[in-house]
Design a protein around this ligand. Structure first.
Ligand SMILES: NC(=O)c1ccc[n+]([C@@H]2O[C@H](COP(=O)([O-])OP(=O)(O)OC[C@H]3O[C@@H](n4cnc5c(N)ncnc54)[C@H](OP(=O)(O)O)[C@@H]3O)[C@@H](O)[C@H]2O)c1
Length: 327
């Protein structure tokens, strides 16, 4: 048995409680990992409320990403061995001392990347680089507009966009978050709660051209504004719907602006191109080890505080990433 934060009744983050889970058997291509640090993510809130696409039988430990040490491997596993430092992910199971994942979901950590950093960057930077590079084809010198720029995927996109040579504009929902995004090196940050027409601000900052690439984890009204301030030939990256409203786009705007609305579902990439995904993670980890990117970790909390960490996330109180120290 091992310690875990358990969801017993889908009552949301406040219902999580410390308990124990039995060890799972290992399949041929499975890896058992001793979890040291777990990342706290937006999807974990939905999982604990039973609103996620996957609804595991209770009790289960939520948590989609973590870093730790390999304990044991199935007979077909070649990429890692017991004792290796790794990061890994699964839909649930990371808010626990042990997790079993398939080999394709595991990436070895280079020296110089701490467990806290790996757990904080896996989903946020994985999504950000996949979106900006593979889906958005962001070029040096282009204008990148990042919505909810102080959130986990937002700050990662800011960091990556700057490294890729883009001129970054951030949008946020509070002055405190604006300060955090400025501290990350962004000169122009717009507080959308104080700005009735975001499109005007963006156009003023871009000599009326608009943004070449827009990174949108929020949807709703921000997506609607994005359609009006995207440049000719722009790419509008659909990352998520944190606002709760899934927007739609008039096709004539796509035509007139010669623009693309591009869906980004990073979590599904592993099922299509697992080897490219591994190389992708290894690249991000190398940049982290070299200090070229720096995941923003706002707090490291004990496992017992998983529920409160998720409540803070839902209340928009978190800048960057919260991680849980599991052991
Ligand atoms: N497509 C993919 O592959 C992929 C991968 C990872 C995450 N996502 C999605 O991306 C979105 C953001 O994830 P995240 O981890 O960055 O979350 P996060 O750290 O909580 O950031 C989300 C931000 O959205 C803003 N927001 C606007 N309206 C909101 C509302 N009604 N409720 C909560 N937040 C609201 C908040 O910023 P302000 O307070 O500044 O407004 C908040 O900080 C989620 O929908 C997630 O599911 C998608």
């Amino acid at each position: 048995m091992f310690r875990a934060m358990l969801c017993k009744d889908y009552s949301g983050p406040q219902g999580l409680a410390l308990g124990e889970l039995p060890r799972e058997p290992l399949g041929d291509d499975d890896v058992r990992v001793a979890v040291h640090v777990a990342g706290v993510g937006f999807a974990d809130i939905l999982v604990t409320q039973g609103q996620y696409q996957l609804k595991p039988p209770t009790p289960f430990a939520p948590g989609g990403e973590c870093a730790g040490e390999v304990l044991d491997v199935g007979p077909a596993v070649k990429y890692v061995a017991p004792g290796d430092r790794v990061m890994c992910g699964r839909a649930v199971g990371a808010f626990a001392e042990e997790i079993v994942v398939q080999e394709k979901h595991v990436t070895r950590l280079p020296d110089g990347v701490a467990y806290t950093q790996a757990a904080a960057l896996r989903s946020a930077y994985g999504t950000g680089y996949y979106a900006l590079q593979h889906r958005g084809h962001l070029q040096p010198g282009e204008v990148l507009l990042v919505h909810a720029a102080a959130g986990a995927v937002g700050l990662a996109a800011v960091d990556l966009g700057r490294m890729m040579g883009a001129r970054v504009i951030g949008t946020v929902g509070s002055d405190e978050k604006a300060a955090a995004v400025r501290a990350a090196g962004v000169e122009h940050v717009i507080n959308y709660r104080r700005t009735p027409r975001l499109r005007d601000e963006v156009k003023a900052l871009t000599a009326d051209r608009g943004a070449d690439v827009i990174y949108d984890p929020v949807g709703g009204d921000l997506f609607d504004e994005s359609l009006r301030c995207i440049a000719w030939g722009g790419r509008l990256l659909v990352i998520g719907f944190a606002s709760g409203r899934i927007p739609s786009a008039p096709a004539n705007l796509a035509l007139v602006k010669n623009m693309s609305i591009v869906g980004v579902y990073f979590g599904s990439w592993v099922d299509h191109e697992p080897l490219r995904l591994r190389a992708h993670y290894e690249q991000i980890l190398q940049w982290c080890a070299a200090g070229r990117i720096t995941p923003h970790i706002s707090s490291v909390r004990p496992l017992e505080q998983a529920g409160q960490a998720l409540l803070d996330l839902a209340a928009r109180q978190v800048v960057g990433k919260v991680v849980l120290q599991v052991r």
